[in-house]
Design a protein around this ligand. Structure first.
Ligand SMILES: [Fe+2]
Length: 383
């Protein structure tokens, strides 16, 4: 039998600390007073050169077309949101921004008077309603909207887990499991991950304009926060572990967005469909640690990342913020090794980005070293 390259070692210990018991030198993520409490993540907006190609991908990914004309593609899931994805036709493939719902017209007026938000013209929002537009410090749009008309859900199959058998558990007798070979029906848009060169500034800005709560903060070796999983503040109503993730890095960039499907078999059969149709797989199937969800990542036709997920954690607003060290090993519990594309790219383009950030004073040598340290430790040394 071949011996392992290195002795087997346990996974990253995943040491976590509650915010009320943070040891030095871990620094608390400073909070800011929020203007409003966002109620849900409504849809994302992209610019795309080929709307037909992206529609093909999203259909195989499990969404449904609402409308397509020469300028814009609008897609929905099977849930009651009238729209979860918009692509405007343009020269480049790029992320434009996100739209969240707020509770009232009063919130929109407050954002106009306190944050210089611009009122959206009538008809701008697929699904209707009113809204305002802000621009985040990295130049991404943030729409806050209210009053969109919900649509009837599209019927989908029931989850299979109530029929799962196990040792001493026989829920399924005289019948079989045959999940249909079909796209993984996307129920809803779950979360968005953005990379930023100014972690503290972006985290502050989104906390102020969305009222989001840090669920899990990850810190660099000097104790400085560099990544945060934020959830919505819905009071005693459970909210997803993360709806927005901000991660510090070498560029301002859309990382990925994630869409909820019904169960693990949907991830598996959805993966079969996407492979059969020739789409490019990125990573999965596996289980994340922070958020706990089962995941499967795919590239759209232009290389942007889209995640299918199921079985994520939810927390009420009173759940305390926790802190853990940032490293690649902490990203997932099991599944294939993390793809190289998720770590730092050692190439000329990265080098140029670093020189530019150093020159503009947006990055220090010590922070560069800390970022390199966090991302270069092999996550699974025995693989
Ligand atoms: Fe994700």
């Amino acid at each position: 039998m071949a011996s392992p390259k290195t002795p087997l070692a346990p996974l990253s210990p995943q040491s976590t600390y509650a915010e009320s018991a943070l040891p030095a030198p871990i620094q608390k993520l400073e909070r800011v007073t929020a203007l409003v409490q966002a109620q849900s993540l409504a849809f994302l907006m992209f610019e795309k050169p080929d709307l037909e190609a992206v529609e093909n991908f999203l259909t195989d990914f499990g969404m449904h077309r609402v409308s397509l004309n020469k300028d814009q593609l609008v897609m929905r899931g099977s849930g009651c949101a009238p729209c979860i994805y918009i692509a405007r036709r343009g020269q480049h493939s790029r992320y434009l921004g996100a739209s969240f719902t707020v509770a009232s017209e009063h919130d929109l007026l407050l954002l106009q008077s306190q944050a210089d938000a611009r009122r959206l013209p009538p008809g701008a929002i697929p699904g209707g309603g009113a809204g305002v537009e802000l621009v985040d410090p990295a130049g991404n749009l943030l729409w806050l909207i209210k009053g969109a008309t919900p649509v009837d859900p599209i019927p989908v199959r029931s989850p299979l887990y109530p029929l799962t058998n196990g040792p001493g558990i026989t829920r399924r007798i005289n019948t079989t499991v045959r999940p249909p070979l079909e796209p993984a029906a996307v129920n809803r848009l779950g979360h968005l991950v953005l990379q930023t060169i100014d972690f503290a500034g972006m985290a502050r800005w989104y906390m102020r304009h969305l009222g989001i709560i840090p669920t899990d903060v990850q810190y660099l070796a000097d104790g400085s926060p560099n990544l945060c999983f934020f959830r919505l503040d819905l009071g005693s109503t459970p909210a997803d572990h993360h709806t927005l993730v901000i991660v510090g890095g070498l560029e301002n960039k859309y990382e990925h967005s994630a869409y909820e499907v019904v169960d693990l078999d949907a991830l598996g059969q959805g993966s079969n469909i996407l492979r059969t149709k020739g789409h490019r797989h990125m990573w999965g199937i596996g289980r994340h640690i922070l958020g706990s969800q089962l995941f499967d990542y795919w590239f759209d036709p232009d290389g942007l990342e889209f995640e299918h997920y199921t079985d994520g954690d939810v927390f009420t607003a009173d759940h305390e913020t926790h802190y853990s060290p940032l490293d690649l090993a902490g990203i997932w519990a099991w599944g294939d090794d993390v793809p190289k594309s998720m770590g730092p790219q050692r190439n000329l383009s990265t080098l140029l980005k670093i020189f530019s950030l150093l020159f503009k004073g947006q990055l220090s040598m010590s922070r560069l070293k800390l970022l390199g340290q966090a991302m270069s430790a092999p996550p699974r040394p025995w693989l």
